[in-house]
Design a protein around this ligand. Structure first.
Ligand code: ZN
Length: 291
């Protein structure tokens, strides 16, 4: 009856998987949010610059400490502004993937504009790394059928922006390596002050407890533990220490495939999962009347 209750097949020897993913946003969401306005406030900009300046190298160092490879989604504007970023990611053997231009909301742009951004990202990645990105994550995890179409047209291997399953699945043939808000650092720690942020950032010792519980749950259900962090948020000292605690647990648990989203997408496509977890992309009709 429940078609998708089938067990996901991980590579031999593994019963669940874990990915450390980082969205290297830096100042780009601030620029998009304030586009066209004349703003002269350094507070949030400098806070965000901590990511490219310090946070990213600490996260790359943490990956080296544990001998793991992660997936790093980087807006093209950030890659162009900090030309050392993509090469540093690639040098560590990690996956460098696309994440918009200015971290724009894709639903605020038409298909042609979104497609142009993808084309530009591919060109930039090629110029800095000698190869195109195979992975894509939409800014703020919003996606539209039009962008999905562009990703397929431009032959991206996978998308990682949606939450329709807790194992990899596909929409119209494009693998989706799913994300999850409760293992994203932003809802707990993103704090820029000003009129919007009133509650203080969470205690990392409490957060890591919840993330460990989710890790245990992915072990129980044979699903994917996809952590999403941001260097400007999680590059801060106490969160690096929190991630170290988490990775100590994840990397020392047998049967967990700790890898990149790209490797998972490749496995998905060549395994029986590709057929078992295939779905059609569809919207819902909101033009309704009550029965
Ligand atoms: Zn982002």
């Amino acid at each position: 009856m429940f078609k998708f209750a089938a067990k996901y097949e991980w590579p031999k020897g593994y019963t669940s998987a874990a990915v450390l993913s980082a969205d290297v946003d830096g100042e780009s969401p601030y620029i998009w949010r304030n586009r066209g306005k004349k703003v002269e406030m350094l507070g949030e900009i400098e806070q965000r610059r901590f990511g490219p300046r310090v946070g990213l190298s600490r996260i790359l160092g943490l990956c080296d400490e544990f001998g793991i490879k992660g997936s790093f989604y980087t807006p093209a504007w950030i890659a162009a502004t900090y030309p050392e970023i993509l090469p540093a990611i690639a040098k560590g053997g990690h996956e460098a993937a696309a994440h918009g231009y200015y971290h724009e909301r894709v639903d605020e742009l038409d298909e042609a504009a979104n497609d142009k951004i993808l084309a530009h990202s591919i060109k930039l990645f090629k110029s800095q790394l000698g190869k195109a990105p195979v992975g894509y994550r939409s800014p703020s995890w919003e996606l539209t059928p039009a962008v999905h179409r562009c990703l397929r047209k431009r032959r991206f291997l996978y998308d990682s922006s949606l939450m329709g399953m807790d194992v990899p699945y596909s929409l119209d043939g494009l693998p989706e390596i799913p994300v999850q808000w409760f293992v994203d650092d932003a809802p707990y720690f993103r704090y820029v002050g000003g009129p919007t942020d009133k509650t203080p950032p969470a205690n990392p010792n409490v957060v890591v407890d919840g993330w460990m519980e989710e890790f245990e749950a992915t072990r129980e259900f044979g699903s994917l533990f996809m952590i999403t962090i941001h260097p400007w948020i999680s590059g801060r000292g106490q969160r690096i220490r929190m991630l170290r605690k988490l990775l100590t647990k994840v990397c020392n648990t047998r049967g967990v495939w700790v890898t990149t989203a790209e490797e998972i997408a490749r496995h998905h496509q060549k395994s029986a999962n590709a057929k078992k977890f295939a779905m059609k992309l569809k919207l819902v009709s909101t033009d309704i009347s009550l029965p």
